[in-house]
Design a protein around this ligand. Structure first.
Ligand code: ATP
Length: 329
């Protein structure tokens, strides 16, 4: 760790947007200004960095955004930034604008890119974990996860009312291409009878048997929560298999894909506080001379983890929670 003089800080949001990114941005901007740094917002993540789409941030640029979903700087995915040429262009724009340190708010892809800016061009970068999936090593929770989880639970509660009224089977698909954090926790919180996640092997035979036993023997509504990345093909994959099976011909079956509703909406109190703490922590870490790290919150304490460990390691779900569903449903 070497102490580095920082005059101008760049900040960007990148990858999938997550509720609370604005609260984090606000914390980054205000902490930097309080430390007499200039702050430049980089629009549309790495796309904007390559195009030089920068905007000077003042105190008032981040007024009245702590409560809003999305990101005022916008987000994007950039193929060009995956190339050396693209990153050279981005680095040139950063230098032209006098930016000498960066805060990256995003997920693991964003951090892979940030690490390359550090390795290849020497920019001090600190990451803030912003993704609804909660799948980042080095922090107990990511910014946006709590909001997405509560949105999913709210939807499951509504679906339960209608499922109960008709004794229907509902397959509810929630976000999570590679990780089952949302599915597992909203399944437990929403009282789902079955939860299917990418981290475990899901057998169609088991799914069918369980549903039939709940719906024919006990004659009650059933909710199956399935993560989009589960290997049976999400809600639609399961629905197809059940419709092709005569044993299910008497069961009323509906699928609901919650999709992008989980990304939007006002961040929960927990996400706003987390985002604010991490935003402040990121700037203070840079001022203390740290770089190429992510700031996370573990057991209530701010903790720095090298970016290569964040994207190089897999955060495990809590398998005890999975056992819990078998007891509770
Ligand atoms: P989420 O988890 O919400 O999807 P993310 O940050 O992982 O967020 P990605 O689309 O994976 O989202 O990554 C964001 C951007 O980071 C990519 O569009 C790309 O520009 C850059 N990026 C990702 N991986 C790399 C890499 N290996 N090298 C350089 N840049 C990368």
């Amino acid at each position: 760790m070497t102490m580095q003089e920082i005059d101008c800080l760049g900040v960007y949001t990148s990858g999938g947007d997550a509720p609370g990114m604005n609260a984090c941005l606000r914390a980054v901007v205000r902490t930097a200004l309080a430390n007499d740094l200039e702050v430049m917002g980089i629009r549309r993540g790495y796309e904007g960095m390559i195009e030089g789409d920068f905007v000077e941030m003042e105190r008032r640029s981040v007024s009245n955004i702590v409560q809003s979903g999305g990101t005022i700087l916008k987000s994007a995915r950039s193929e060009a930034f995956r190339t050396e040429e693209g990153r050279q262009q981005a680095a040139a724009h950063l230098r032209e604008n006098g930016i000498d340190a960066l805060v990256a708010i995003g997920g693991d892809g964003t951090f892979r890119g940030a690490s390359k800016l550090y390795d290849e061009h020497g920019f001090a970068v600190v990451g803030c974990p912003g993704t609804i999936d909660n799948d980042l090593y080095g922090t107990d929770q990511t910014i946006g996860y709590d909001t997405a989880l509560n949105t999913a639970i709210d939807n499951i509660d509504r679906i339960r009312d209608t499922a109960d009224a008709h004794n229907r089977l509902f397959l509810v698909e929630v976000m999570g291409r590679d990780a089952g954090f949302i599915a597992l926790n909203c399944g437990i919180g929403g009282g789902a009878e079955l939860i299917l996640i990418p981290e475990t092997i899901t057998e169609m035979g088991m799914v069918k048997e369980r549903i039939l036993s709940l719906m024919t023997a006990q004659r009650r509504s059933t909710i199956v929560v399935v993560a989009e990345g589960d290997e049976l093909g999400g809600a639609q994959g399961i629905e197809r298999a059940l419709r092709d099976d005569d044993a299910f011909s008497d069961i009323e079956l509906r699928s609901a894909i919650l999709g992008h509703t989980q990304r939007g909406g006002a961040p929960t109190a927990s996400d706003r506080v987390l985002a604010s703490r991490l935003g402040v922590g990121a700037v203070e870490s840079l001022l203390d001379g740290h770089a190429d790290v992510m700031v996370g919150l573990t057991n209530g304490e701010l903790k720095l983890t090298p970016l290569r460990n964040v994207y190089g390691r897999r955060k495990s779900i809590d398998y005890d929670l999975l056992k819990l569903t078998q007891i509770l449903s």
